[in-house]
Write a protein that binds this ligand. Structure first.
Ligand SMILES: [Fe+2]
Length: 474
């Protein structure tokens, strides 16, 4: 029995969602399936089993506490013992302190988009780690993966015991069945699959690729808005959570594939794990459409720090220091006066991994392609390429308001320093000539009309407003 509202196949149906980030939600695929007044009655409605899934320790402070109650036909525990998966997966890493698979480099790195394989490959086998830091065992760290796949997962579900997945599809839709219900995710949207949820990825478009950020030991939150106020950036109501959906079919040999310490284990059972008839709580998968983001930016001078476009943040215990920020660079107006509008040249104590979902990126005229990636590690210099710098300077101050369109770049930024997996460092996709994009930056220094001991720079904005000049001693 399936609780479909029509005779359409599940992948053809319009999926319904609940909305709101971090809300305490409740959903019933059959009215009356949720127990009333308590979580774990002696007998649940319709003879369902009650099962809690905890995303935080029981005693986490209330504002951080995440858990849901699932009411299911059979409990998750009904399976044969876990065994190491026979077809081992060598390219998943969750322990970056062991340097056998990953090593550090301060060099600027850039990769061309990965080729989607021709041989049948599902989401699990097509997932591979690029870089990361820390340890899933110690519950502190992150991993950045990419995936290429062309085949839906069949008769199996994936479960990540190590951390939360934030999935950024770049090509091809992902129709994800989870224990809480279904998510249909298109490029331009993201999905978050929190630690421990079982899910299966179907590929309605066939060939598919994208990016995944995984965080260990914490969960994604909305960033504080500070002086921006109570509104702006990603609105809580635009985060969509599944409604309960279940299947009761018999599935002899159904396999749970569990990622545990970066290794894959399998356990067999004879039923689908997507057998949750009702659930309630605040720990659930969700998705978000990046086009709904309300960007804030400079409206007079200078280029804002990229943190202004943070969609989600996975915090550390230090205020303002992220284990992993997810930041986007969406279409927006550029209006700053007498300002170098592209991103500034930069060295950062944080490490920056970037990807491009579609279009171009304002700091790179060539070479940074949709589906590609770059990594600028801790304190590694980076910034606009030569073409972008020269074109910007040539336009001068006559540019006027300009709208950047057809673009959606993003950044995973972390306070931890990632090590890069050997297969990523040795990949033929690596752009060995990346550094050339900056080698052509020439000196524009003239020294004319300046006192070399004390260069007085009159900020034009200060001039207009009658402010004081700034003296820079060099
Ligand atoms: Fe940067």
């Amino acid at each position: 029995m399936e609780n479909s509202k029509s005779n359409k196949r599940p992948e053809e149906e319009e999926v319904e969602y609940q909305s709101g980030f971090g809300n305490h939600l409740a959903s019933e695929a059959i009215p009356g399936a949720l127990p009333k007044g308590q979580n774990s009655p002696l007998i649940c409605p319709f003879g369902l089993y009650a099962e809690q899934i905890s995303g935080t320790s029981f005693t986490s402070p209330r504002n951080l506490n995440l858990r849901s109650w699932l009411y299911r036909i059979k409990p998750s525990v009904t399976h044969e013992p876990f065994k190491r998966r026979e077809a081992s997966h060598e390219k998943l890493v969750s322990e970056f302190n062991n340097q056998s698979k990953a090593s550090s480099t301060p060099t600027q790195l850039r990769w061309n988009p990965p080729h989607i394989p021709d041989e049948p490959t599902d989401f699990i086998d097509g997932l591979y780690t690029v870089c990361g830091a820390g340890s899933s065992f110690l519950r502190h760290g992150f991993a950045i993966h990419m995936y290429t796949a062309n085949k839906s997962m069949t008769n199996c579900a994936f479960c990540n015991a190590d951390g939360d997945f934030l999935i950024v599809p770049q090509q091809g839709r992902l129709w994800i069945t989870t224990e809480c219900g279904r998510l249909q995710v298109s490029p331009g949207e993201i999905a978050v699959l929190p630690q421990g949820f079982r899910f299966a990825v179907n590929l309605p478009d066939g060939p598919t690729r994208g990016y995944v950020a995984e965080v260990f030991g914490t969960h994604f939150q909305l960033p504080d808005l500070g002086p921006i106020g109570a509104n702006g950036l990603a609105a809580p109501r635009d985060f969509l959570v599944p409604t309960a959906w279940f299947e009761e079919s018999s599935y002899p040999g159904f396999t749970i594939v569990q990622k545990f310490g970066g290794e894959l284990f399998t356990a067999r059972q004879d039923f689908s794990p997507f057998n949750v008839v009702a659930w309630h709580g605040n720990y659930a998968p969700y998705k978000y459409d990046l086009s709904k983001f309300c960007p804030y930016n400079t409206v007079l001078i200078d280029h804002s720090d990229p943190s202004i476009n943070t969609v989600l943040t996975a915090p550390t215990e230090k205020p303002g220091v992220a284990l992993l920020d997810f930041v986007i660079f969406p279409p927006r107006w550029l209006v700053a006066e007498h300002t170098f509008r592209p991103p500034y040249y930069h060295r950062n104590c944080m490490s920056e991994f970037m990807g491009l979902i579609h279009g171009g990126y304002e700091a790179k005229a060539d070479g940074f392609l949709p589906g590609g990636a770059s990594l600028h590690n801790c304190m590694t210099p980076h910034g606009p390429d030569t073409k972008t710098y020269e074109a910007t300077i040539a336009r001068g101050d006559e540019a006027g308001p300009h709208k950047i369109t057809d673009t959606m770049a993003f950044m995973f930024e972390s306070c931890l320093i990632p090590r890069v997996c050997s297969w990523a460092l040795e990949s033929p996709l690596m752009d060995r000539d990346y550094y050339h994009c900056w080698i052509g930056l020439r000196s524009h220094f003239t020294g004319e009309g300046t006192d070399m001991k004390s260069l007085s720079i009159q900020n034009a904005h200060d001039t207009e407003s009658g402010g004081e000049s700034m003296v820079v001693n060099i």
